[in-house]
Design a protein. Structure first.
Ligand SMILES: Cc1cc2nc3c(=O)[nH]c(=O)nc-3n(C[C@H](O)[C@H](O)[C@H](O)COP(=O)(O)OP(=O)(O)OC[C@H]3O[C@@H](n4cnc5c(N)ncnc54)[C@H](O)[C@@H]3O)c2cc1C
Length: 492
């Protein structure tokens, strides 16, 4: 077998796999259905605005450093990173808000000023979170998670109790902190992982360590700069890219992938690494006898939320907002139930507002604001123009209330984005935004596997497999899957 690899998709996981394999001397071709790389992290450039269509939070900077470091590079070879201070603003009822300072001592003081005695508890909580982070990010997430024994290693077993896999993060937080605002601050990071805090293992307090100790960063120009950097690196390492190239089938003979189908032609390959949504690769592109799972299996998976997004260009400056703003002025419990328990369009959702012009003047015309509003919603809902308009009015009211400004007459660019767009643009299962939820039952080796069971030259990467959703995990996923593919190559 020679070493030609076809990677389907050019999101973070596909680019990461491409760099890893090209670096090892594989002949790598990336096939991407859209005209730009980046997948969910694409950019939208219109009328002088540059919107990040997906991720806006740059967390876990060490994962990016390690990634670029694996190729003798640093993130600064490709983009300029700044640390945000405050990291974000969290709004509660009646416009009350708390700003999360970047500095650790200031965070402890903030907690103490709200709930006496809480600084000490937070310090202990974060030390435990640091332990989970070190073991989790430096060790566990790099496992291929093909079987339970992948985790039977002395330092993991020794720390298993401390890793808190069996208690929920919500119970651990609520036992120690009583003030609802502090609880909200501590619970919000796991929303990124796609499940209610009550259903998320306390292992993921490592996200609090990421938030409060490692900090919130921003690549000048936007998150898309990271995609551009990774694409450039993949090119430098010898990857060939094909855009507007929707793969429509994977041909398999005698339990081996022989070629992929594209625009009515077939292209021979020795390996396929599918980094588009796993469900799509498995159920739509792979012939029935070789699928890793049944449709019933997928139906039973808990998917992370989808999102209704608004990309807004506003021709004036907005006071009272920071770069990142989380608005929890309604019942988040009710909203979370509308996402996870009884999926429906939410009545009074919490929202996230990004206003990157607070840090970066380049992403909008002078004097304007670049605003993205995100409403997390259940996957699998059907969206329509009426629904989108309803929430447009909802978010405009919120924005006007929080800023005290007339905004509706100053929106000079507007685009909405929801489930049907995720499906059309990315073949997203149920229109999910964030992949597979990191619930208790979908952690570690209980995730869809990175390797096909019957076809030894078919691999998977991305936010529906190991280690999970989010930019840093997707980057790691590409590296882990590439390593498994290389192992297989060496065995042939
Ligand atoms: C709105 C939103 C906000 C987010 N915010 C954050 C955040 O702030 N921080 C964070 O860390 N994470 C965030 N995330 C999550 C993060 O963006 C994702 O986890 C990550 O980008 C997923 O990368 P991926 O490579 O798994 O998938 P994708 O980015 O979806 O890449 C898959 C690629 O495959 C392509 N493809 C699909 N079908 C085919 C086909 N048949 N042929 C060829 N190509 C195909 C798609 O076009 C796509 O480019 C956010 C996600 C969304 C949607």
């Amino acid at each position: 077998m020679s070493n030609k690899v076809a990677i389907i998709g050019s999101g973070f996981s596909g680019l990461s796999a491409a760099c890893s394999l090209a670096h090892k001397g594989f002949d790598v071709n990336v096939y991407e259905k859209n005209e730009l790389p980046g997948g969910r992290a694409r950019k939208l450039e219109e009328n002088g605005y540059v919107f990040d269509m997906g991720p806006t939070w740059y967390w876990l900077p060490d994962v990016f450093e390690n990634f670029f470091g694996a190729f003798g590079k640093t993130p600064s070879d490709y983009y300029k990173l700044v640390r945000l201070d405050p990291s974000y603003r969290m709004f509660f009822q009646n416009k009350e808000y708390l700003d999360m300072p970047a500095d650790y001592e200031s965070i402890l003081q903030l907690f103490e000023s709200i709930e006496p005695g809480s600084a000490k508890k937070l310090d202990k909580f974060l030390k435990e979170a640091a332990y989970k982070y070190q073991l989790g990010i430096n060790n566990i997430v790099h496992k291929p998670a093909l079987k339970a024994t992948d985790f039977m290693q002395w330092d993991i077993l020794k720390g298993a109790f401390k890793l808190d896999v069996f208690r929920s993060i919500s119970s651990v937080i609520r036992r120690q902190f009583k003030d609802e605002r502090l609880i909200r601050i501590l619970e919000f990071p796991v929303i990124f992982l796609g499940a209610k805090p009550a259903d998320t293992p306390a292992l993921y307090s490592l996200m609090n360590y990421a938030d409060m100790s490692l900090g919130t960063w921003y690549p000048m120009g936007g998150m898309y700069k990271v995609i551009e950097g990774m694409k450039q690196l993949a090119g430098e390492l010898g990857t060939t890219f094909h855009f507007n190239a929707p793969v429509s089938g994977i041909n398999i003979r005698n339990n081996l992938v022989t070629d992929i189908q594209l625009n009515g032609k077939s292209y021979a390959t020795d390996y396929v690494l599918g980094s588009a949504d796993y469900h799509y690769i498995d159920q739509q592109l792979t012939p029935l006898p070789y699928r890793n799972y049944s449709e019933k299996y997928w139906e039973k998976r808990s998917m992370a939320p989808s999102a209704l997004l608004f990309y807004l260009g506003i021709n004036k400056k907005l006071p009272n907002l920071l770069h990142h703003n989380l608005v929890f002025d309604t019942s988040f419990e009710k909203h979370a139930d509308e996402i996870y328990k009884q999926p429906k369009w939410p009545e009074e959702p919490a929202i996230y507002i990004s206003c990157s012009t607070k840090t970066d003047a380049q992403v909008a015309p002078e004097g304007h604001e670049n605003v993205i509003v995100l409403i997390p919603v259940a996957p699998g809902l059907s969206d329509s123009e009426n629904i989108t308009e309803h929430y447009y009015h909802y978010i405009l009211q919120k924005l006007e209330y929080l800023t005290g400004e007339n905004i509706k007459d100053h929106v000079v660019y507007k685009k909405s984005y929801a489930h049907s767009d995720f499906i059309t643009d990315y073949n997203a299962y149920k229109g999910n935004a964030y992949g597979l939820a990191n619930t208790l039952k979908q952690t570690g080796f209980m995730k869809p596997k990175i390797k096909n069971r019957k076809v030894k030259n078919l691999f998977y990467a991305g936010q529906l497999t190991t280690p999970g959703p989010g930019v840093p995990p997707s980057i790691i996923s590409g590296m882990v899957s590439a390593r498994e593919l290389e192992k297989q190559f060496n065995m042939n």
